[in-house]
Design a protein around this ligand. Structure first.
Ligand SMILES: NC(=O)c1ccc[n+]([C@@H]2O[C@H](COP(=O)([O-])OP(=O)(O)OC[C@H]3O[C@@H](n4cnc5c(N)ncnc54)[C@H](O)[C@@H]3O)[C@@H](O)[C@H]2O)c1
Length: 353
């Protein structure tokens, strides 16, 4: 994917500050619905090309996610190329903040892999176009709270679509990844009366599960989880969980989880349909986090943000129904609704005021 060959991004900005070692790329896919919002990934990419590829992909994904979440925000994302353990410093983050500021509000940043709320507090010393700040500075704090809440709402909608009731009561739900989101999700599921089976590669996460939820069954790995007798599969670790190996082996009837980019490649969504597995699109059900940080722009209000994240239930239902009536996959239905909103609402800006 290249900026011009792909032909879809509005703006891509390369930022360099030699003294601090900052090398960043900010990708703005679309501002049709408002300023582009998306986090900053700080990662030791193997090459500049790899960093560019990632920012183009991620910024496009944010445009679709924000559109479907009903936010008045476009899609963007940034990457900082380098090892955060080695080069992250006050001067680098502040230099980055100055580049964000120079875009005049076309792009709002937030946390992503390798960046944390404390980093955003530093970035905010140079720019007002930043979310994902700490509570002490009026920020939304830990976004995994509403991410998990949104995933739970998407799962309830999928359960209603498949089994007729918006509840996971009595169902066996397999959670892969007991990290920030997975932990909150387990709590919602247990409270709803689901039977939870889980796995994680981290012994610390497994210890947490044993101590906090002894009723949760733990299995060795993700393969053991997907081949066990589960009704719902919730990928909450890394991307690519749904691939040519896992989908044929999957026993669940529903997939709804927090992980980004669950479909390993194009075509997997059709494989899921062929196997009769109902897939609640990842960027729809995991949008609670961006809903939470986006709320900071108007002055953070948790109840208002939660209300918005609860609507993921309605949107998921709508998309699953659209997929049925149009004979398309839920992933295609989600893309269609997101594109429709970007076109219809974005068009209103052509009315001169
Ligand atoms: N945190 C958010 O607000 C948010 C928002 C949207 C999407 N997501 C996505 O949700 C996923 C989880 O996010 P998180 O914030 O909980 O991350 P996290 O790093 O806190 O948790 C991930 C967990 O998955 C475990 N894990 C890694 N590889 C595994 C494997 N092969 N099998 C089983 N477990 C494995 C890790 O040990 C860790 O406990 C990520 O894909 C993330 O991009 C998170």
């Amino acid at each position: 994917m290249g900026v011009f060959t792909d032909g879809s991004h509005e703006q891509v900005v390369f930022c360099q500050d030699r003294a601090s070692g900052l090398k960043a790329i900010i990708g703005i896919y679309s501002t049709a619905l408002g300023p582009a919002l998306g986090g900053t990934r700080f990662y030791p990419y193997a090459s500049e090309e790899e960093a560019l590829h990632d920012v183009l992909d991620l910024s496009r994904g944010m445009a679709y996610k924000n559109a479907l979440a009903g936010l008045d925000l476009g899609g963007g994302k940034a990457v900082i190329w380098g090892d955060p353990e080695q080069i992250k410093s006050e001067q680098l983050l502040r230099a980055y903040g100055r580049f964000v500021q120079s875009l005049g509000g076309r792009y709002y940043t937030a946390c992503d892999v390798g960046t944390y709320v404390q980093d955003m507090d530093i970035v905010a010393r140079e720019t007002q176009f930043v979310t994902g700040r700490s509570v002490e500075y009026g920020g939304a704090g830990d976004s995994s709270i509403l991410t998990a809440w949104g995933v739970f709402q998407g799962m309830r909608a999928a359960a209603e679509h498949r089994w007729g009731a918006p509840s996971l009561k009595g169902k066996r739900v397999g959670v892969a990844g007991l990290g920030k989101v997975g932990k909150y999700l387990v709590a919602h599921l247990v409270e709803d009366g689901a039977e939870v089976v889980a796995t994680d590669v981290s012994p610390k996460a497994l210890e947490w599960a044993k101590a906090s939820y002894p009723q949760v069954s733990l299995v060795a790995d993700a393969t053991a989880l997907i081949t066990s007798d589960i009704d719902v599969y919730a990928p909450c670790a890394l991307g690519g969980a749904l691939n040519d190996d896992t989908v044929p082996a999957l026993r669940a009837q529903i997939v709804a989880g927090a992980a980004n980019n669950q479909l390993a490649h194009t075509g997997i969504e059709k494989l899921l349909v062929d196997r009769g597995i109902l897939y609640a699109p990842d960027y729809l059900v995991n949008s609670g986090g961006v809903i939470q940080v986006a709320d900071e722009i108007d002055g953070f209000n948790f109840d208002r943000a939660k209300l918005r994240a609860t609507k993921i239930y309605d949107t998921t239902k709508r998309i699953l129904e659209l997929a049925d009536t149009e004979g398309i996959s839920p992933a295609a239905a989600a893309d269609r609704l997101a594109e429709q909103r970007m076109a219809e609402v974005g068009r209103l800006r052509t009315i001169r005021i």
